[in-house]
Design a protein around this ligand. Sequence first.
Ligand SMILES: [Zn+2]
Length: 157
Amino acid sequence: MVSFCELCGNSIQTPKNVIIDGSIFNVCLSCSKRGKPYEPNQPSKKTQPSKKPLPSKNLSIPVSQKKPIKVYHPKAIPITDEKILRPDFGKIIREARMKKGITQENVANQLSEKITLYKKIETGGIKPNDILSKKLERYLGIQLYENLVEDNENEDD
Ligand SMILES: [Zn+2]
């Protein structure tokens, strides 16, 4: 029995049923590409009988595929934990202040601190707390903290 393609009219040995614009056409192989394949055995109703657990063969990922993520920044060291106040902080502060040519009152006023407290800090009697140290460092352009960890990357000028 010889069929004829409903699209091109050629005789076809193995007719294909395709859906074009919602209608089923009996077409040849080449014309079947122009429509959606019509499959009468599979109703379009979406009835999934039961939840089938997906076969997961890739449950265990080989370790070799995991990229080791190194979050290690040797330069990023928390200030308060890893750095210590230099023992000669008072001297550093005093010399920096004198370089700027300002008085103890100037610094105390600038940092909103009591002059008595500042004087004690400058003589080394009282250690400035973290916040005050930071203010002093910024205002006087000095470094009051030094690394506990020995720095091997020291570059000598
Ligand atoms: Zn055809």
